[in-house]
Design a protein around this ligand. Structure first.
Ligand SMILES: Cc1cc2nc3c(=O)[nH]c(=O)nc-3n(C[C@H](O)[C@H](O)[C@H](O)COP(=O)(O)OP(=O)(O)OC[C@H]3O[C@@H](n4cnc5c(N)ncnc54)[C@H](O)[C@@H]3O)c2cc1C
Ligand code: SF4
Ligand code: SF4
Length: 1006
């Protein structure tokens, strides 16, 4: 923290030499002071980037109090943080960031009878609701980010979700807040709190006085919409006074909701819970135009649904192009053979019996006769539909071109009956300014999320942004609404507060801020400043110009933009290298703690640094020259801290599919490593060894018994640990004699020996099958022969997977070119119709990396090979009706005893790129209901990742998250896993020998 510049917006103006060390001594938890660590907390999901002073990860809630007290004693600004998913920039500041999301996630008590629970601020909404579900209860505020947003952040933003029409916002679902004030005093805001705590009595009395003085203006100027989140919630206090609550009994907790960490630091909360509905039903209704859909919202509301949500065609077409989301589109109705231009989600909830859902659907059909709709009642289908809706905002970041849908007027709330007019007039504004916008909405409460297309690198577009911001805020106000419906004010809308409420109410806000935080330490610069600390014009907050200051993307004519780099990969599909580097929008989907695969290292560490977002930010900062060693237009290629941030990435490719913005960290990591090697003239020894696993395996397979015996000795393990960093607790892979020796006479080995194609298949000789994994290659030959095929074995060389993962892209390119040249003859003259691959990570290289790497082989040739490459089990399932020996195989399978149980774990690359059904469908055909496809994320091994000393423990921890417990939980089941690494991990982690699907199938047919 040495020599830090003057603090922004705070009352403290000091150099902070030595304070970092003192802070570290004052708290038990972790204090991060390095530039790199701090910069990973410089952004949230907004447009902004502000370098924090320090990051504290408190060990407990008590420890967080110590951190606040330390900051208070030294006059340091404080920024409390949850999931960091804020869209208005309120979670970025030049302050000491306190990250509650790691260790402050407890749920100290649940009182099911009274429908209440007490929570710590860092617990995620979905995590909490999973714990409450067995009690038949839930906490209703469900922002689209509920999987990774924290309760503390929901309070900070007064978050609300799709169902707020029925359940209200956070402020309506909370009883009390335990908090730490800016001076470090611990208090409780709740019913009766002012009667027992003098400090709370003072604050309550002060706020009541301010509210009484402004009662007329509060009634007149506060929006009457269900969602409203601009300024402080003085209307919440007035509501209590109007209801006759004596001043000392006024509960300030609802007013603290939406205060964005500017009034107090939340340490805990008592939440009000609701009974889970008996059932839910979701109608997804398609319309030919956005206007048509918006017009139907008001009449639909009369049917008393629990949610009405809108998605427009821009969002839907982006979903079609996203590998993860495109798999969800079957939940939508089809209009004239195509996906509709806009859809409304209409949800009904049953409180007593399912009949209420049917009645809701019937009423909807009556209201919209002939309008195409899909009616979902299956929980899994509804979950998929909601996943698509929740991906709406992040998906927009994948839109092509320099102009992107930008978040700054995305949060307007207007009375529902004026929504159609708002959409029309909004469109007029953006059209007049020469751009367009994407629309989606919590239509039931008149909240329209609109994103105009703006190029943030372009100064003239920034001027446009400011004009649109002001005009839209005025429009929302004129229609009886507000510019901040739920996402809050932050940096983007605080400058508009005075325009909206007028100077008198802004003065009232400043009085409130002064009461709570006279030194302006709590998240300064957001909402308002205390009295006496306004801007140069004496106002309580920044001017409109500040909306476009401190952007994370800088104008092209200014300092940082991704430099022109001679890249190894092609980035045309990601709007160039610059586009790929800036692709992460910070929405934090990669911070979910379970379900899906992204991001295993975050799930295993809960550390922002080891999330996809952390890596995306680190890469962006390093490549745009914002880290030491880099400068404008010149990346910091070998930045040690960036390398450390990338180190725990498993290159599992889950982010490529599951990140709604398709941030592909595996690809960027490989590029970054390769550029670094190029810059320093070569790759390190260990990377070269791991990248050449095929050659090493080939040598070992010449004398496999000897190699295996040596590998099992303690000496070899210690040597491997010392020289290569292979953890001695890890078993080393077994080798076998080369496969072609083992299957001599049963396979064709040279393309020239192949004649005529229909009955011939080529097995791709990957290094695991050729030189290790005794039994798998033989099994493949037996199975394919049993199905009636002539089998050829192509020892064409390496797919390059290990080289790509270790960043040896120079070598990978030449290797791939060579392998392609050797593979091509197998396809000439239709000799063979398919190249069958056993190992998913090799197939992912062929189908994904080969097409993206800039090799000398023409792209059409690479595409041709990729189009012919398929998993063995995928091939068998796809052609089931046409196999030469189909009836014999079916007879053999029918003769096997039924009733077997199977647990199936798919490889991460397979799940990400072409789905686990590519193997699962064949297994299900044979095993039927006995098959359980595990949603167990990543196994934790990921090629060489899990071998190394620094990663072994994390590798095992990731395995323990879901896969190991699932396998231990069903000891009698056959375990099938497609990846070599996954099978190795299961052996080391659970002591179970998992089979490749083809090995298992061979055992069924033998
Ligand atoms: C794609 C996307 C969709 C969204 N959809 C919705 C939606 O449907 N509804 C909605 O309401 N919001 C939505 N949001 C905004 C945001 O995700 C939510 O408001 C969410 O509740 C914020 O939670 P968080 O844990 O990420 O908070 P953070 O971003 O970490 O913090 C939010 C604010 O609360 C303050 N804060 C955090 N913890 C504390 C604490 N312990 N004490 C005091 N202050 C604290 C922070 O300083 C900050 O000002 C969306 C955001 C994105 C990116
Ligand atoms: S990496 Fe993807 S999921 Fe994670 S924050 Fe960035 S955009 Fe969102
Ligand atoms: S490749 Fe896997 S481990 Fe790496 S950032 Fe993406 S999801 Fe996380």
């Amino acid at each position: 923290m040495a020599g830090l510049p003057v603090l922004e917006g705070g009352s403290v103006r000091a150099g902070l030499d030595g304070l970092g060390r003192e802070l570290a001594a004052a708290v038990e938890g972790e204090v991060r002071l390095g530039l790199h660590d701090r910069m990973l907390y410089a952004t949230d999901a907004s447009l902004y980037q502000v370098e924090p002073l320090a990051v504290v990860i408190p060990a407990s809630v008590k420890d967080a109090v110590r951190a606040v007290q330390f900051c208070a004693s030294r006059g340091l600004p404080i920024l409390p943080r949850g999931g960091g998913t804020s869209l208005a920039g309120q979670c970025t500041n030049r302050a000491v960031v306190i990250d509650f999301s790691v260790n402050c996630r407890g749920v100290p008590s649940v009182d099911a009878g009274a429908r209440r629970c007490r929570v710590e601020p860092g617990v995620c909404v979905d995590e909490l609701n999973e714990r409450l579900a067995p009690l038949g209860l839930f906490w209703p505020p469900d922002p689209a980010t509920s999987r990774h947003a924290n309760v503390g952040g929901c309070i900070g933003n007064n978050a609300a979700g799709a169902r707020s029409i029925r359940y209200g916002r956070t402020s309506e679902n909370l009883l009390s807040i335990e908090a730490c004030l800016a001076d470090g005093t611990q208090v409780r805001f709740g019913p009766g709190a002012a009667r027992v705590q003098p400090r709370v009595a003072d604050l309550t009395g002060g706020v009541v006085e301010i509210v009484r003085a402004q009662a007329g203006l509060i009634r007149e100027r506060y929006p009457k919409t269900v969602r409203r989140n601009a300024g402080y919630g003085l209307d919440e206090v007035l509501r209590q006074l109007d209801a006759g609550v004596p001043p000392l009994d006024v509960n300030l907790a609802p007013m603290l909701c939406g205060s964005e960490g500017t009034l107090a630091v939340t340490l805990g909360a008592e939440l009000l819970l609701s009974p889970l509905p008996v059932a839910r039903g979701l109608a997804v209704v398609g319309f030919a135009s956005l206007d048509e859909a918006v017009e139907k919202v008001a009449p639909i509301l009369a049917l008393r649904p629990t949610a009405v949500e809108l998605l427009d065609d821009m969002v839907l077409s982006l979903a079609r192009a996203n590998p993860g989301c495109s798999r969800l589109l079957d939940v939508l109705p089809v209009v004239n053979g195509v996906t509709p231009a806009a859809v409304l989600y209409v949800e009904f909830s049953a409180e007593r019996d399912r009949g209420e859902i049917d009645a809701g659907f019937a009423a909807l059909r009556g209201l919209l006769p002939g309008v195409p709709a899909m009616l979902h009642v299956e929980p899994s289908a509804m979950l998929r539909a909601w996943a698509l809706r929740k991906a709406g905002e992040p998906l927009l970041h994948g839109v092509p071109g320099d102009r992107k849908p930008v978040t700054f007027v995305e949060d307007n709330a207007v009375p529902v009956e004026r929504l159609a007019e708002f959409v029309r007039r909004f469109r007029e504004i953006v059209t007049r300014h020469g751009t367009k916008a994407a629309y989606w909405a919590h239509a039931s409460v008149g909240v329209l999320h609109v994103r105009p297309m703006i190029d943030l690198h372009d100064e003239s577009d920034l001027a446009l942004l400011r004009s649109i911001a002001v005009e839209v805020a005025d429009l929302a106000r004129d229609l009886g609404g507000v510019m901040s419906g739920e996402h809050g004010d932050g940096r983007v809308r605080s400058p508009l507060i005075e325009r909206f409420y007028g100077p008198e109410l802004v003065r009232a806000f400043r009085e409130v801020k002064t009461l709570f935080d006279p030194q302006n330490l709590l998240n300064p610069g957001n909402i308002v400043a205390p009295l006496g600390a306004g801007d140069a014009l004496g106002r309580g907050g920044p001017g409109v110009e500040s909306i476009t200051e401190k952007l994370r993307v800088r104008p092209i004519c200014a300092d940082v933009r991704a430099p022109i780099v001679d890249t190894y990969f092609d980035y045309a599909g990601q709007h160039g290298f610059g586009g790929a580097v800036e692709q992460c929008n910070g929405a934090g989907v990669c911070r979910k703690k379970r379900g899906g695969t992204m991001c295993p290292s975050y799930m295993g560490t809960l550390d922002e640094r080891h999330s996809t977002r952390g890596r995306g930010n680190a890469l962006r900062l390093a490549i745009t020259g914002q880290f030491p060693g880099g400068e404008v237009g010149s990346p910091a290629w070998n930045d040690a801290e960036t390398l450390a941030t990338l180190d725990l990435c498993l290159s599992c490719k889950a982010c490529k599919a599951e990140c709604p913005s398709n941030v592909d960290v595996a690809k960027l990591k490989a590029e970054y490593l390769a550029q670094g090697y190029r810059a320093r003239g070569g790759a390190p020894f260990v990377a070269r060894v791991f990248g050449r696993v095929r050659e090493l395996s080939r040598v070992a397979s010449l004398t496999p018994r000897l190699a295996n015996a040596v590998n099992r000795t303690g000496v070899a393990r210690r040597m491997a640990e010392r020289l290569l960093g292979i953890d001695r607790r890890r078993t080393l892979p077994e080798f076998a004699a080369p496969l072609h020796r083992r299957v001599r006479g049963r396979v064709i080995r040279r393309p020239d020996d192949l004649r005529g194609g229909a009955q011939t298949v080529v097995v791709f000789g990957d290094c695991f099958t050729l030189y290790g994994e005794r039994g798998l290659g033989e099994a493949a030959v037996r199975v394919l022969s049993a199905f009636g095929y002539r089998v050829a074995l192509a020892d064409a060389g390496c797919c390059g997977r290990a080289m790509i993962s270790t960043g040896l892209l120079e070598d990978a390119r030449t290797t791939i070119d060579r392998t392609i040249n050797r593979l091509l003859p197998w396809l000439e003259d239709d000799r063979a119709e398919s190249i069958l691959v056993l190992e998913p990570s090799c197939l992912s290289a062929i189908r994904d990396d080969w097409l993206s790497l800039r090799t000398t082989t023409p792209i059409e040739v690479r595409r041709r090979i990729a189009a012919h490459a398929v998993l063995v089990e995928e091939f068998l399932e796809q052609r089931w009706g046409n196999h030469p020996n189909r009836s014999e195989v079916e007879a053999a399978l029918a003769a096997r005893p039924g009733g077997a149980r199977m647990l199936f774990h798919a490889h991460c690359h397979q799940k990400s790129l072409w789905g686990q059904e590519s193997s699962g469908a064949l297994l299900r055909r044979i095993v039927g209901d006995g098959l359980t496809t595990l949603d167990a994320g990543c196994c934790g091994m990921a090629g060489s990742f899990g071998y190394t000393t620094g990663r072994y423990d994390l590798s095992m921890r990731i395995g323990e998250l879901a896969l190991f417990p699932a396998v231990r939980g069903d000891p009698g089941a056959t375990v099938v896993a497609t990846g070599t690494s996954c099978r190795h991990q299961l052996k080391d982690g659970v002591g179970v020998r998992a089979l490749h699907p083809v090995e298992w199938l061979a055992s069924m047919l033998d």
